[in-house]
Design a protein around this ligand. Structure first.
Ligand code: FES
Length: 172
């Protein structure tokens, strides 16, 4: 059998091969089996990493401390809303605290469950409204009542302590 290196040397060399000679002898050849092993193990590692991240997504985000301070209950008149950020001050974490006429409080993330526009409270119409496609949510439950949204708003759990209202996590 002819040595492959001898065969390669016998070929007429193209211009680029003369300019950029490849050192076949110095090359560590990778077998098909090694390549396949690498592909299988790296795919397995990617699958495992994705599974871990997906699992982390199901862990409810809640704080063990008192939570994030929103407002003093006395400073939010009945039928009014206070807008805040939760859990961080970044884009997408806009939230609203509603003080219902019955004295109860509720807080929601402001992201519409249809196509993620910002929703806001309209106390005079007793609704949470999304102007993008006229989605309407029940302010007491966060459930969609009109328009395209099919899922309720993400509700933030609250805790009151010494007259202060804190956001403590998400209601699943
Ligand atoms: S994004 Fe809110 S109704 Fe479409």
């Amino acid at each position: 059998m002819t040595d492959p290196e001898t065969t390669r040397r016998a070929w007429p060399r193209l211009h680029w091969q003369r300019e950029f000679p490849y050192q076949w002898n110095a090359d560590e050849a990778i077998s098909r089996r090694e390549l396949l092993n690498f592909a299988v193990y790296s795919s397995g590692a990617l699958f495992a990493a994705t599974a871990v991240l997906a699992g982390l997504g199901f862990i409810p985000r809640s704080s063990s401390g008192p939570g994030v301070e929103i407002a003093r209950a006395a400073d939010v008149p009945e039928g009014q809303a206070v807008y805040f950020h939760y859990p961080t001050s970044t884009l997408g974490d806009e939230a609203m605290l509603l003080h219902h006429p019955n004295g109860q409080f509720a807080a929601y993330n402001q992201t519409c469950t249809h196509l993620s526009c910002g929703v806001f409270y309209q106390p005079d119409q007793k609704r949470v409204f999304c102007p993008c496609h006229e989605g309407v949510f029940n302010p007491e439950t966060g459930e969609p009542v009109a328009g395209p949204p099919q899922r309720r708003l993400t509700r933030i759990t609250l805790r009151q302590q010494d007259g202060m209202i804190y956001a403590t996590g998400w209601e699943l």
